[in-house]
Write a protein that binds this ligand. Structure first.
Ligand SMILES: [Ca+2]
Ligand SMILES: [Ca+2]
Length: 267
């Protein structure tokens, strides 16, 4: 009981209720901002191209959001998870008259990005994305987005020794179409040409799946973060240099992402 009390006390002590409004004082990229109280915000519902390494439309997304939000009052709302592991707020952001995720999707400056449970108006966000796709706006005009799946992060180096933490290697993959996909028609390959097929599993539009290297039970309930396990006994992504490629059943490349750390890593 005393242990429980201490844990509870530690938790209660560190809990800070998230702000429901504030002024944006800095825009790092299209989906990461700073509030006047110092809180960092990661936008819910949309994922913009990255600035480092530079991806097409990354600066366009940042500039458009800076025009919209800098020194403006914003209103924030949350899903079940209010902060991420870095303490950043995971929030929907809107001004008096504009919802930021909808604005980005409408203009082809982001793809829909849902990590359940999060209580978002997903049909509305997907409709905005579909309009941009049909009009070939922004990211939808370039080749990388003419596919079904998109890798939004690549964790080739697991925390600690990868040999002992094979599932600490993972890739986050998003369905960037407007329909539910079955993952069984796709496979993933490393730089050495080793290939793993994805299992039979539904991935709703805009949703992400975490693809772990090791063995485990697939998490197929779309109400929660979807997770699949490639089943390898050993690490599959080289910490020094690797490249992940996702193919569909016709061997058409869906997405390709490099892992090239600037500093040498031991494990
Ligand atoms: Ca590794
Ligand atoms: Ca490691």
């Amino acid at each position: 009981m005393w242990l429980f009390s201490i844990l509870f006390w530690a938790n209660a002590d560190s809990y800070r209720p998230p702000p429901t409004s504030g002024t944006i004082i800095a825009v790092y990229d299209g989906d990461t901002f700073t509030l006047d109280n110092g809180d960092k915000i990661r936008l819910r519902g949309a994922n913009t191209p990255e600035l480092k390494p530079p991806e097409a439309f990354g600066t366009d997304a940042r500039d458009a959001v800076a025009d919209l939000l800098l020194n403006q009052k914003v209103y924030l709302s949350y899903g079940d998870v209010e902060r991420d592991g870095y303490g950043r707020l995971i929030a929907s952001v809107r001004t008096e008259d504009t919802d930021v995720a909808t604005f980005l999707l409408e203009n082809g400056l982001a793809h829909a990005f849902f990590i359940p449970p999060e209580k978002l108006d997903t049909p509305k966000l997907l409709e905005a994305q579909e309009r941009a796709q049909k009009a070939n706006k922004g990211i939808w005009s370039i080749r990388r987005y003419q596919s079904d799946l998109h890798m939004t992060s690549f964790h080739a180096n697991a925390p600690g020794d990868d040999v002992r933490n094979v599932n600490g290697e993972y890739i986050r993959v998003t369905n960037i179409t407007s329909q539910t996909l079955n993952l069984s028609q796709y496979s993933i390959q490393n730089i050495r040409g080793d290939t793993w097929n994805f299992p039979d599993m539904e991935l709703p539009a805009g949703n992400t799946v975490k693809v772990h290297s090791g063995r485990g039970y697939h998490q197929k309930n779309p109400e929660k973060q979807l997770e699949i396990y490639l089943g390898s006994m050993r690490p599959i992504w080289d910490n020094e240099k690797d490249q992940a490629t996702i193919y569909n059943a016709e061997r058409k490349i869906q997405d390709q992402r490099k892992h090239e750390p600037k500093t040498k890593t031991k494990n």
